[in-house]
Design a protein around this ligand. Structure first.
Ligand code: FAD
Length: 388
């Protein structure tokens, strides 16, 4: 028997089939050669070049878990691995892919008409057209039912009014999936971002997910035809079903972020000497490294198990709550511990750990906060709703 690999202690990747390994290796190679060399600069400048969309599209990573319409139709595990390898470089990259492929494309694929699917999905899969997903509002976060954006019928058209906040890819997008109250309950609309009355304003001064575009959207008497409504999107449940897809990506992605922080700390601990010995030789450092290995291994096992449940049709939303809560918490802990091993160097962009640590603070909040997922698990095990 072989000694454990410090970077895959329980040899979890042995569980992958040939296609999944291929996806892992392809995305890792692309992310390492094309994205990693630039990420610190993008992060510092708070930008993410739009040109990566076509590269990600050419690799089949946009909507890769969807079938047909130019999408790759790969397994949940393959999609998770792509998220892991992208987020190993930066959570902003995984976010970009999640918003395009899970939120915007998934909404169209799942709730759109055949015509809408044909119109939008192939170009979105290719990265030629970018989408965003507008649910959150300035006054409506964890409780999306309190949204104020409205859509009213006017002849054959719909007229939308309202404000959306914290919308990823918001000022890059060509089309926005906008959730709004109607006489008929919550519905979703495909709004081309050049429609008169639609404006997107990028949120600046973010201290997390800086290599990621986030915007506030304003809809002022935005008129779209009847055919812009997604016919299947009725009620908040249909919005939440898209969020569940994105949560799955986060559960895998943060394993990548944690892995990078740990690898950086392990390497640093081996090379840096104090008191005439390497940091790696101190018991306290070894404790930290061992804790990181335990956390990353648990998180990797959780991600893989959820993927297999999803592939066999047994995954339910509270499984994702457990995964998101456990894995983001673990990754956050790993990042903070890694930062401490790197000492002063750990706070710079010359090493990846502080960047990941800041990103993970935002990942803890997006797609359902730590508290919301805690209450979901609490409700599942007690049968008692404690949200309100
Ligand atoms: P709030 O809901 O105001 O919560 C604040 C705090 O109160 C949290 O700790 C929360 O857990 C706690 N809290 C709330 N309710 C309860 C309760 N019942 N019991 C206990 N504690 C509670 N949204 C989109 O629609 N599309 C996007 O593309 C998108 N991208 C995002 C990108 C970034 C970088 C960020 C930061 C956010 C993004 N969001 C997006 C919004 C995100 O989904 C919300 O931030 C999230 O739902 C939480 O809402 P909030 O920030 O308004 O916090």
């Amino acid at each position: 028997a072989q000694a454990p690999d410090p970077h895959d202690f329980l040899a979890l990747d042995d569980e992958l089939d040939a296609t999944e390994r291929d996806v892992r290796d392809t995305v890792r190679a692309y992310a390492t050669t094309e994205l990693l060399p630039h990420i610190a600069d993008w992060y510092e400048r708070a930008e993410l070049p739009r040109s990566i969309a076509k590269e990600l599209g050419a690799l089949g990573l946009l909507g890769m878990q969807l079938d047909g319409y130019g999408c790759a139709g790969l397994s949940a595990t393959a999609y998770g691995l792509a998220c892991r390898e992208l987020e190993a470089v930066d959570s902003g990259l995984r976010s970009f892919v999640s918003v395009q492929g899970c939120l915007a494309m998934c909404a169209i694929h799942r709730w759109g008409s055949e015509e809408q699917r044909r119109e939008w999905l192939p170009r979105m899969a290719a990265g030629e057209v970018l989408g965003c997903f507008g649910l959150t509002e300035p006054e409506s976060g964890s409780d999306p039912g309190s949204m104020r954006t409205s859509a009213r019928r006017d002849g054959d058209d719909w007229v939308l009014n309202g404000t959306k906040a914290w919308i990823n890819n918001g000022s890059l997008a060509d089309v926005a999936v906008i959730w709004a109250h109607t006489e008929d309950g919550v519905r979703a609309f495909l709004v081309p971002t050049d429609t008169p009355g639609f404006t997107a304003r990028q949120i600046t001064r973010k201290l997390a997910l800086r290599a990621s575009n986030t915007a506030g959207l304003t809809l002022d008497e935005v008129r779209v035809p009847a055919a812009a409504a997604l016919p299947g999107a009725h009620g908040l449940k249909t919005a939440l079903s898209c969020l569940n897809e994105a949560r799955f990506g986060i559960i895998w992605g943060v394993v990548g972020a944690a892995r990078t922080c740990y690898a950086s700390a392990l390497d640093y601990a081996a090379g840096r000497e104090q008191f005439g010995r390497s940091l790696a030789s101190f018991q306290l450092s070894q404790r930290k490294l061992a804790d990181m290995v335990v956390d990353i291994t648990h998180a990797g096992m959780t991600a893989l198990r959820l993927a297999r449940l999803k592939e066999s049709g047994r995954l339910v939303p509270t499984h994702l709550s457990l995964g998101k809560l456990a894995n983001v918490r673990a990754a956050t802990e790993v990042a903070r511990t890694a930062r401490s091993i790197l000492g002063a160097n750990g706070i710079t962009l010359d090493y990846p750990v502080m960047r990941h640590m800041s990103n993970l603070e935002a990942v803890l909040t997006v797609e359902g906060t730590e508290e919301v997922h805690t209450l979901s698990i609490g409700r599942a095990v007690t049968g008692i709703q404690a949200f309100r």
